[in-house]
Design a binder for this molecule. Structure first.
Ligand SMILES: NC(=O)c1ccc[n+]([C@@H]2O[C@H](COP(=O)([O-])OP(=O)(O)OC[C@H]3O[C@@H](n4cnc5c(N)ncnc54)[C@H](O)[C@@H]3O)[C@@H](O)[C@H]2O)c1
Length: 414
């Protein structure tokens, strides 16, 4: 059913689109389209600014010219799906990409969505847009599919090909065709969902489940902090039970776990149901930067420091470890909170350069000294520092707030 001549167009060459384009390009003609001219120019030189994909020997044709898409017959859309400042789903990129693809669609073509959405977006928002902008009829002239992405940038063990991929299609035949297409690149195999809506919902459910569980751990962490009992010691003990679910407290940032619950709750509320646990969990996780800032202020007071003179070093700025992604990072929130107290905040991240962080040189090889140090992101680069290294960059006695529980010698752990 699939032919070598099949031409796949990947729309949006970010964390999701680029590895996908690379994988498909081993078997098919792949054209990669993005509206970001700098991104496309970099990719033409085999540079991935996300430091995520090795582009040596890839055969992707990159373009910012939408007319180059006209010979494609399979379109895969991997554009961002953020939320507004009010946490309302922002489908602008998805709708723009859909309208654009519709212009070049031919009879028999397939559009597959990989962007994370709430159930119903593909068939109730995108399909009508395609019909309107193409004069083709759904499931007669063109077909759709949805295949959520599960990659986690920075995770060197789990990547596109060794994570089971959920697929779906608008008719049983198209679902099988899409499933076969992905089977070619996914060694771990595929799971054919019973409908597009099921596939859409499965993705948000995965991320909501994580968010809710992390919220519970954060609640435990705050509760036991107040009781002055080590929550990490408690979790280590509790973990010895076979059915304890192993989550850790922490910052929930990024464009997935901290965003997708708003997609699901938005749709749920349209159907008259307010998901209380989901929304409360968002609230709890969003409150953690403020809690950490208050903790820092507590140490500043205990040390009798003048807050305007206090120097706080934050190690790590990205939303997660070992990647360069700073979208919706909660470290920025900690920094903002601390700055409202007029504390001097210094941020360093080996993956992030100025202007997002204000230290360019690794503080461990510098001569500056800090009153309080926060380990915010557990990049591999930070793992091997010893108490001696920390003492060297500390003014007086080391105060190390370890959000990730990375070190045995921390003053405080979340
Ligand atoms: N990054 C992840 O780990 C991850 C994992 C699973 C799912 N997702 C989901 O996948 C989608 C893409 O995420 P991402 O992290 O790859 O985003 P990204 O920001 O890294 O990449 C998206 C790319 O799309 C481009 N773009 C925006 N509008 C466009 C348009 N109209 N036409 C063509 N290109 C356009 C942007 O310039 C950008 O290069 C989102 O829905 C996200 O929630 C992301």
């Amino acid at each position: 059913m699939l032919k070598k001549e099949d031409k796949i167009a990947i729309i949006g060459l970010g964390y999701v689109g680029l590895p996908l384009a690379k994988s498909f390009s081993k078997y098919y003609n792949v054209i990669g389209y993005d509206i970001d001219i700098k991104r496309v120019n970099d990719l033409k030189k085999n540079i991935d600014r996300n430091i995520d994909v090795d582009l040596k020997d890839t055969k992707i044709v990159y373009t910012i010219n939408e007319k180059d898409l006209k010979d494609s017959n399979i379109y895969i859309i991997t554009v961002p799906t953020p939320v507004s400042n009010e946490n309302i789903p922002d489908l602008n990129c998805l709708e723009n990409a859909t309208r654009m693809v519709a212009k070049y669609l031919n009879k028999g073509d397939i559009i597959i969505y990989e962007s994370t959405v709430y159930p119903g977006v593909t068939e109730e928002i995108c399909v009508p847009l395609i019909e309107k902008n193409s004069s083709l009829k759904y499931n007669v002239d063109f077909f759709c599919g949805y295949s959520p992405e599960r990659i986690s940038p920075g995770d060197k063990n789990r990547h596109l090909s060794n994570i089971v991929k959920i697929t779906s299609g608008s008719t049983p035949e198209i679902a099988s065709k899409i499933d076969t297409l992905y089977k070619k690149i996914i060694i771990a195999g595929t799971y054919k969902a019973t409908s597009i809506k099921v596939a859409e919902a499965s993705k948000v459910v995965e991320n909501v489940q994580r968010d809710v569980n992390i919220a519970l751990m954060n609640e435990f962490a705050i509760m036991f902090d107040k009781m002055k009992i080590s929550s990490s010691d408690i979790f280590s003990a509790a973990k010895t039970k076979w059915n304890f679910i192993n989550f850790s407290p922490g910052l929930v940032g990024g464009h997935c776990i901290g965003v997708d619950p708003y997609y699901l709750s938005f749709q749920s509320m349209k159907f008259g149901f307010t998901p209380e646990l989901l929304l409360k969990s968002r609230e709890i996780n969003n409150s953690i930067p403020k809690y950490i800032a208050l903790k820092v202020m507590q140490f500043i007071n205990e040390k009798k420091l003048i807050k305007e003179e206090a120097k706080v070093l934050i190690l790590g700025y990205t939303f997660k470890e070992n990647c360069a992604d700073i979208r919706n990072t909660k470290v920025e929130q900690i920094k903002i909170e601390l700055e409202t107290y007029s504390v001097n905040v210094f941020t360093y991240d080996p993956y992030v350069k100025l202007p997002y962080t204000n230290l360019e040189i690794d503080p461990f090889i510098n001569n500056e000294k800090y009153d309080i140090i926060i380990l915010a992101v557990s990049h591999n680069e930070f793992r091997n520092y010893t108490i001696k290294d920390f003492n060297r960059i500390s003014k007086e006695k080391l105060v190390l707030l370890d959000i990730k529980g990375l070190y045995k010698f921390s003053t405080w752990t979340l």
